[in-house]
Design a protein around this ligand. Structure first.
Ligand SMILES: Cc1cc2nc3c(=O)[nH]c(=O)nc-3n(C[C@H](O)[C@H](O)[C@H](O)COP(=O)(O)OP(=O)(O)OC[C@H]3O[C@@H](n4cnc5c(N)ncnc54)[C@H](O)[C@@H]3O)c2cc1C
Ligand code: FES
Length: 499
């Protein structure tokens, strides 16, 4: 369907939607062999493109590990880069002459490593935004428009979060980019952010911890490494989400990957993730990724859905069914088979207790088994900061309790987007803007116009957008963790436990 490849190479040359403009050709060493890559690719994408599938091994050194999340959130790709162990090569860009080794088990401390002293820089700002996805970008732009100084950090080399890899037109309200392709939204917002003098952007910059008096530590890896100490008046955490896995035999075989991980390879780096795929989970993510794989020339041999019905939108399911993909409802994956990469997937029908029915197994010859089984909010920073948390299955698990204005139980720490509970980009934009306007109200002088805009948005979110039956489950979940400002004060004083 319009994709072409260089022979012997998994790189996509022509794409119907994305123009992959690759950077300069460079060389680096992988396990002492010379490897050619393009500037701008991650080390893992460059290796995947020429056929590598095993990147590290389990702590006992026995089980091979491949790519899973592709956004630096699991530990599947830990490698030794220029002597530094435990480096996540899925988010580390290739560099001319770099020496990369796969890591087998727990690494040794690199005693001989010659490390340049890392500069420490302390900066004061009005607001620190952690995460440059739709929630963080919208928040930063809103604050900049109100005249505040903003520092925006993101651990990925590019801004845009999940949007970067979405080639389809987004559903949702027009005023929040409904109908526009995800990566185009990312391009537009990133450009706007980078043009602002009062937004200071750091990419490849991981916010690693909160310290006393509201100080946040950020490790900047891009370019010259920098230890950034940020002293903001307020923080918005818009750290997004990561993909879940499920329990089955050999679920760690290389080639068993998150559906979003495959999307990153395919749509961000232009690398075909495999030849024959099977997908577990028929929510919108699974359905959309199935279509994108088909476009990429990957055969999709089927999808398994544990529920008796398809999880995502009918329109997406109809599209892939027309292209011959069978969706096995009331089925789940029970086993992956292979030595150092996945070769077969076994699925079974389930009974009314969701247990596999013996004898109902179906086996598929594959080299890619994608899990589209849900996302989990990236809550670790909030947990470390000491916010009161609650487990809410409807929105992906553990999330901080917050007010309707997105402030958590830690004063001046706000949350927005998927980190606050899994929904979609439209709500991420809205929550980011609500948090930003609330901070603008607090830090500014006379801002009655700001208050009106903020309250209109809160109204729109709760009384209009989340009233749609399509998002009913998420609404239920968010209601369980959203409290009034008065109740939040009681939670802070320990008079109410938040549960
Ligand atoms: C396949 C698929 C299809 C989708 N389709 C749609 C659709 O059609 N319409 C729609 O509205 N939504 C859609 N979504 C959902 C949408 O993409 C997400 O809901 C949205 O991107 C969430 O935005 P966010 O800003 O909260 O998080 P993200 O976009 O995940 O961004 C979070 C950012 O934070 C960074 N980060 C995380 N931790 C740290 C840290 N400690 N330090 C620094 N940076 C950090 C990450 O690198 C990332 O860049 C889709 C999602 C997927 C996976
Ligand atoms: S951390 Fe690299 S694949 Fe997950």
């Amino acid at each position: 369907m319009g994709y072409y490849y260089m022979p012997g190479d998994y790189r996509i040359i022509h794409h119907p939607i994305i123009d992959f403009r690759r950077g300069r050709r460079i060389r680096f060493y992988y396990n002492d062999r010379v490897v050619e890559a393009y500037e701008g690719e991650s080390i893992l994408a460059a290796l995947y493109a020429i056929g590598y599938r095993v990147f590290s091994y389990s702590p006992d050194g026995r089980r091979p590990r491949g790519a899973f999340c592709m956004i630096g959130k699991c530990s599947s790709c830990l490698s030794i880069v220029d002597g530094v162990p435990n480096t996540r090569i899925c988010i580390t860009p290739v560099r001319e002459g770099a020496r990369v080794y796969s890591q087998k088990g727990i690494p040794e401390i690199p005693h001989k490593l010659r490390v340049e002293p890392v500069e420490t820089k302390t900066i004061k700002t009005d607001v620190l935004v952690i995460g440059g996805g739709p929630a963080g970008l919208q928040a930063a732009l809103t604050l900049a428009d109100e005249g505040f100084d903003v520092v925006l950090v993101d651990d990925h080399p590019r801004l845009g979060g999940q949007l970067v890899k979405q080639t389809h037109r987004f559903f949702g309200a027009r005023r929040f980019y409904g109908g526009v392709r995800g990566f185009r939204i990312a391009e537009k917002l990133s450009k706007n952010v980078l043009e602002r003098d009062n937004i200071h952007v750091y990419t490849q910059a991981l916010a690693y911890g909160f310290f006393k008096e509201g100080v946040v530590g950020v490790a900047v890896r891009g370019g010259k490494p920098l230890n950034l100490i940020v002293k903001p008046k307020a923080v918005i955490g818009s750290t997004g989400a990561c993909e879940r896995t499920i329990l089955f035999e050999n679920n760690d075989l290389p080639g068993v990957m998150g559906a979003g991980g495959a999307q990153t390879l395919m749509n961000e780096y232009g690398v075909r993730p495999g030849d024959r795929a099977f997908i577990v989970g028929s929510g919108n993510v699974g359905l959309i990724v199935a279509y994108q794989l088909l476009q990429a020339g990957v055969r999709v041999l089927g999808m398994a859905e544990i529920l008796p019905h398809i999880g995502g939108w009918f329109v997406h399911a109809a599209k892939i069914r027309r292209l011959g993909v069978k969706i096995y409802t009331k089925h789940t994956v029970t086993r992956a088979i292979g030595r150092d990469r996945v070769e077969k997937a076994v699925i079974s029908m389930i009974d009314e207790k969701y247990q596999p029915i013996p004898g109902s197994e179906k086996v598929f010859d594959i080299d890619l088994l994608l899990l589209a089984v849900g996302l989990q909010p990236n809550y670790s920073l909030f947990s470390q900061a000491g916010t009161v948390m609650k487990y809410v299955p409807e929105i992906g698990g553990l999330v901080p309790i917050r007010t309707y204005y997105m402030e958590t139980s830690v004063k001046n720490l706000y949350i927005a987007g998927d980190a606050s509970g899994i929904e979609e980009a439209t709500t991420a934009f809205i929550e980011g803007e609500i948090a930003a306007l609330t901070i603008a109200l607090k830090l500014g002088d006379d801002r009655s116009g700001v208050e009106k805009r903020r309250d209109q948005l809160v109204d729109y979110l709760w009384r209009e957008y989340r009233m749609s039956p399509v998002v009913e489950r998420a609404r239920r979940g968010k209601l369980k963790v959203t409290v009034s400002e008065e109740d939040m004060e009681k939670i802070r004083r320990g008079e109410l436990d938040g549960f």
